[in-house]
Design a protein around this ligand. Structure first.
Ligand SMILES: [Zn+2]
Length: 255
Protein backbone atom coordinates (compact mmCIF):
# COMPACT_ATOMS: atom_id res chain seq x y z
CA UNK A 1 0.00 0.00 0.00
CA UNK A 2 1.53 3.30 -1.09
CA UNK A 3 1.33 6.15 1.41
CA UNK A 4 -0.31 9.44 0.46
CA UNK A 5 1.03 12.87 1.37
CA UNK A 6 -1.20 15.88 1.92
CA UNK A 7 -0.97 19.28 3.53
CA UNK A 8 -2.51 19.00 7.01
CA UNK A 9 -3.12 20.86 10.24
CA UNK A 10 -3.25 18.99 13.54
CA UNK A 11 -6.45 19.79 15.41
CA UNK A 12 -6.58 17.30 18.27
CA UNK A 13 -4.58 14.50 19.81
CA UNK A 14 -4.54 12.15 22.73
CA UNK A 15 -2.13 9.57 24.05
CA UNK A 16 -2.62 5.93 23.17
CA UNK A 17 -0.80 3.11 24.88
CA UNK A 18 2.66 3.78 26.22
CA UNK A 19 4.31 5.44 23.24
CA UNK A 20 1.67 6.31 20.63
CA UNK A 21 -0.81 9.07 19.99
CA UNK A 22 -4.12 9.20 18.15
CA UNK A 23 -4.17 12.42 16.09
CA UNK A 24 -6.95 14.15 14.20
CA UNK A 25 -5.76 16.17 11.24
CA UNK A 26 -7.74 18.33 8.86
CA UNK A 27 -6.12 17.79 5.49
CA UNK A 28 -6.33 19.62 2.20
CA UNK A 29 -6.86 16.52 0.05
CA UNK A 30 -8.78 14.12 2.32
CA UNK A 31 -10.72 16.26 4.80
CA UNK A 32 -10.66 14.98 8.38
CA UNK A 33 -8.17 12.17 8.87
CA UNK A 34 -7.56 10.29 12.13
CA UNK A 35 -4.23 8.54 12.44
CA UNK A 36 -2.31 6.52 14.94
CA UNK A 37 1.20 7.87 15.32
CA UNK A 38 3.18 4.94 16.67
CA UNK A 39 6.16 5.51 18.90
CA UNK A 40 6.05 9.31 18.80
CA UNK A 41 6.11 9.66 22.57
CA UNK A 42 9.18 7.51 22.86
CA UNK A 43 11.14 9.83 20.62
CA UNK A 44 13.04 12.70 22.10
CA UNK A 45 13.04 16.15 20.57
CA UNK A 46 11.72 16.79 17.10
CA UNK A 47 8.92 14.28 16.61
CA UNK A 48 7.15 15.17 19.83
CA UNK A 49 7.45 18.95 19.67
CA UNK A 50 6.35 19.28 16.03
CA UNK A 51 3.22 17.20 16.69
CA UNK A 52 1.65 20.05 18.64
CA UNK A 53 -1.95 21.17 18.25
CA UNK A 54 -2.40 23.66 15.35
CA UNK A 55 0.90 22.65 13.70
CA UNK A 56 0.79 22.57 9.88
CA UNK A 57 2.88 20.51 7.52
CA UNK A 58 2.93 17.61 5.12
CA UNK A 59 1.28 14.51 6.53
CA UNK A 60 2.21 11.17 5.01
CA UNK A 61 -0.23 8.43 5.87
CA UNK A 62 -1.11 4.88 4.91
CA UNK A 63 -4.82 5.20 4.16
CA UNK A 64 -7.03 2.16 4.12
CA UNK A 65 -10.42 2.32 2.46
CA UNK A 66 -13.41 1.79 4.77
CA UNK A 67 -11.29 2.56 7.83
CA UNK A 68 -11.68 5.45 10.24
CA UNK A 69 -8.20 5.18 11.71
CA UNK A 70 -5.13 5.25 9.47
CA UNK A 71 -1.44 4.87 10.18
CA UNK A 72 0.83 7.90 10.12
CA UNK A 73 4.16 7.46 8.36
CA UNK A 74 5.54 10.95 8.82
CA UNK A 75 4.62 14.54 9.58
CA UNK A 76 6.98 17.12 8.11
CA UNK A 77 6.09 20.17 10.19
CA UNK A 78 6.23 23.49 8.34
CA UNK A 79 4.80 25.71 11.11
CA UNK A 80 4.35 24.84 14.79
CA UNK A 81 2.21 27.92 15.59
CA UNK A 82 3.64 28.07 19.12
CA UNK A 83 2.34 31.63 19.38
CA UNK A 84 -1.23 30.32 19.68
CA UNK A 85 -0.44 28.32 22.81
CA UNK A 86 1.36 31.26 24.42
CA UNK A 87 -1.73 33.48 24.75
CA UNK A 88 -5.03 32.34 26.26
CA UNK A 89 -7.37 34.37 24.02
CA UNK A 90 -5.44 33.30 20.91
CA UNK A 91 -5.56 29.70 22.06
CA UNK A 92 -9.28 29.73 22.86
CA UNK A 93 -10.11 31.34 19.49
CA UNK A 94 -7.99 28.76 17.67
CA UNK A 95 -9.66 26.01 19.70
CA UNK A 96 -13.09 27.31 18.69
CA UNK A 97 -12.03 27.26 15.01
CA UNK A 98 -10.75 23.70 15.47
CA UNK A 99 -13.95 22.55 17.19
CA UNK A 100 -16.03 24.07 14.39
CA UNK A 101 -14.05 22.20 11.73
CA UNK A 102 -13.96 18.94 13.73
CA UNK A 103 -17.72 19.14 14.28
CA UNK A 104 -18.74 19.67 10.67
CA UNK A 105 -16.02 18.43 8.31
CA UNK A 106 -15.94 14.85 7.10
CA UNK A 107 -13.50 12.61 5.30
CA UNK A 108 -13.85 14.33 1.95
CA UNK A 109 -11.77 17.15 0.55
CA UNK A 110 -12.84 20.75 1.23
CA UNK A 111 -9.75 22.68 0.14
CA UNK A 112 -11.51 26.02 0.58
CA UNK A 113 -12.23 25.23 4.23
CA UNK A 114 -8.63 24.08 4.66
CA UNK A 115 -7.18 27.30 3.27
CA UNK A 116 -9.59 29.40 5.36
CA UNK A 117 -8.67 27.52 8.53
CA UNK A 118 -4.94 27.87 7.88
CA UNK A 119 -5.08 31.58 7.14
CA UNK A 120 -7.35 32.05 10.17
CA UNK A 121 -4.89 30.34 12.49
CA UNK A 122 -2.07 32.42 11.00
CA UNK A 123 -4.08 35.62 11.55
CA UNK A 124 -4.77 34.69 15.19
CA UNK A 125 -1.07 34.07 15.69
CA UNK A 126 -0.03 37.58 14.70
CA UNK A 127 -3.06 39.66 15.77
CA UNK A 128 -2.35 42.36 18.34
CA UNK A 129 -4.32 41.88 21.59
CA UNK A 130 -6.62 44.83 20.77
CA UNK A 131 -7.88 43.24 17.56
CA UNK A 132 -7.87 39.62 18.75
CA UNK A 133 -11.62 39.50 19.57
CA UNK A 134 -12.43 40.86 16.09
CA UNK A 135 -9.94 38.48 14.49
CA UNK A 136 -11.59 35.57 16.31
CA UNK A 137 -14.99 36.65 14.96
CA UNK A 138 -13.62 36.99 11.43
CA UNK A 139 -12.07 33.52 11.62
CA UNK A 140 -15.34 31.93 12.80
CA UNK A 141 -17.44 33.70 10.15
CA UNK A 142 -15.07 32.91 7.29
CA UNK A 143 -14.87 29.21 8.22
CA UNK A 144 -18.67 29.12 8.48
CA UNK A 145 -18.94 30.71 5.04
CA UNK A 146 -16.34 28.33 3.59
CA UNK A 147 -18.59 25.44 4.64
CA UNK A 148 -21.31 27.04 2.50
CA UNK A 149 -23.31 28.85 5.16
CA UNK A 150 -23.41 32.63 5.04
CA UNK A 151 -26.03 34.91 6.58
CA UNK A 152 -28.24 36.93 4.26
CA UNK A 153 -27.57 40.56 5.15
CA UNK A 154 -28.66 42.72 2.20
CA UNK A 155 -32.26 41.66 1.74
CA UNK A 156 -34.99 40.59 4.13
CA UNK A 157 -35.15 36.79 4.58
CA UNK A 158 -38.92 36.99 4.83
CA UNK A 159 -40.20 39.48 2.24
CA UNK A 160 -37.09 39.75 0.00
CA UNK A 161 -37.14 43.57 0.13
CA UNK A 162 -33.65 45.07 0.21
CA UNK A 163 -32.69 46.62 3.55
CA UNK A 164 -31.94 50.32 3.26
CA UNK A 165 -28.80 51.94 4.67
CA UNK A 166 -30.41 53.13 7.91
CA UNK A 167 -32.70 50.19 8.53
CA UNK A 168 -32.76 48.44 11.90
CA UNK A 169 -34.07 44.89 11.72
CA UNK A 170 -33.76 41.68 13.64
CA UNK A 171 -31.63 38.67 12.94
CA UNK A 172 -33.71 35.57 12.17
CA UNK A 173 -31.53 32.55 12.97
CA UNK A 174 -33.77 29.84 11.55
CA UNK A 175 -34.15 31.73 8.25
CA UNK A 176 -30.45 32.51 8.23
CA UNK A 177 -30.29 36.28 8.00
CA UNK A 178 -31.78 39.73 8.43
CA UNK A 179 -35.42 40.63 8.60
CA UNK A 180 -36.41 44.14 7.51
CA UNK A 181 -37.89 46.55 10.08
CA UNK A 182 -41.47 45.72 9.09
CA UNK A 183 -40.98 41.95 9.25
CA UNK A 184 -39.15 42.35 12.58
CA UNK A 185 -42.24 43.54 14.44
CA UNK A 186 -43.27 39.99 15.37
CA UNK A 187 -39.73 38.58 15.52
CA UNK A 188 -37.66 37.69 18.54
CA UNK A 189 -34.08 37.66 17.23
CA UNK A 190 -31.46 40.22 18.25
CA UNK A 191 -31.76 43.74 16.89
CA UNK A 192 -29.13 44.46 14.26
CA UNK A 193 -28.70 47.94 12.88
CA UNK A 194 -26.75 49.29 9.92
CA UNK A 195 -23.44 49.59 11.79
CA UNK A 196 -23.52 46.01 13.02
CA UNK A 197 -24.65 44.84 9.58
CA UNK A 198 -21.70 46.56 7.93
CA UNK A 199 -19.43 45.03 10.56
CA UNK A 200 -20.78 41.57 9.73
CA UNK A 201 -20.00 42.12 6.03
CA UNK A 202 -16.44 43.12 6.95
CA UNK A 203 -16.01 40.10 9.27
CA UNK A 204 -17.28 37.76 6.54
CA UNK A 205 -14.60 39.23 4.28
CA UNK A 206 -12.04 38.17 6.89
CA UNK A 207 -11.30 41.71 8.10
CA UNK A 208 -11.67 43.31 11.52
CA UNK A 209 -13.98 46.35 11.38
CA UNK A 210 -12.42 49.60 12.60
CA UNK A 211 -13.70 50.47 16.07
CA UNK A 212 -15.42 47.11 16.57
CA UNK A 213 -17.11 46.91 19.96
CA UNK A 214 -19.73 44.62 21.51
CA UNK A 215 -17.70 41.61 20.59
CA UNK A 216 -19.65 39.39 23.00
CA UNK A 217 -22.87 40.18 21.17
CA UNK A 218 -21.14 39.54 17.87
CA UNK A 219 -19.90 36.23 19.25
CA UNK A 220 -23.47 35.39 20.29
CA UNK A 221 -24.60 36.00 16.69
CA UNK A 222 -21.98 33.78 15.09
CA UNK A 223 -22.40 31.13 17.83
CA UNK A 224 -26.16 30.91 17.34
CA UNK A 225 -25.78 30.98 13.55
CA UNK A 226 -23.33 28.06 13.74
CA UNK A 227 -25.63 26.16 16.12
CA UNK A 228 -28.62 26.64 13.77
CA UNK A 229 -26.95 25.94 10.44
CA UNK A 230 -23.61 24.19 10.78
CA UNK A 231 -23.37 21.85 13.75
CA UNK A 232 -26.90 21.88 15.29
CA UNK A 233 -25.62 22.36 18.83
CA UNK A 234 -23.65 25.04 20.68
CA UNK A 235 -19.88 24.60 20.53
CA UNK A 236 -18.33 24.31 23.98
CA UNK A 237 -15.23 26.28 23.09
CA UNK A 238 -17.36 29.23 21.94
CA UNK A 239 -18.80 29.59 25.42
CA UNK A 240 -15.30 29.68 26.86
CA UNK A 241 -14.17 32.16 24.21
CA UNK A 242 -17.15 34.38 25.13
CA UNK A 243 -16.11 34.43 28.77
CA UNK A 244 -12.75 35.84 27.70
CA UNK A 245 -14.09 38.76 25.68
CA UNK A 246 -14.64 42.21 27.16
CA UNK A 247 -18.18 42.52 28.52
CA UNK A 248 -20.63 44.58 26.51
CA UNK A 249 -22.15 47.49 28.34
CA UNK A 250 -24.90 48.31 25.86
CA UNK A 251 -26.88 46.80 23.03
CA UNK A 252 -25.42 46.21 19.59
CA UNK A 253 -24.91 49.59 17.95
CA UNK A 254 -28.10 50.25 16.06
CA UNK A 255 -27.60 53.80 14.83
ZN1 LIG B 1 -39.19 41.99 5.32
Amino acid sequence: MAPVTTRAVLLRGHDYGDTSRILRFFTKDHGLVSVIARGVRGRSGKGATTLATFASGDLTVYMKAQRDLHTMKDFACAATRDELAAHLLRFSAASAAAELVLSHAEADPQPGVFDTLESGLDALGVAEPGVLPGTALAVLWTITESFGFAPQLDGCVRCDEPLDDEEVGRFDFSAGGMRCAECSEDAAGPRVGPIARTQLVTLLAGQVPVGLSHTRRHLGLVSDFIAYHVVSRPLKSLRFLGSMLPSDDAEMPVG
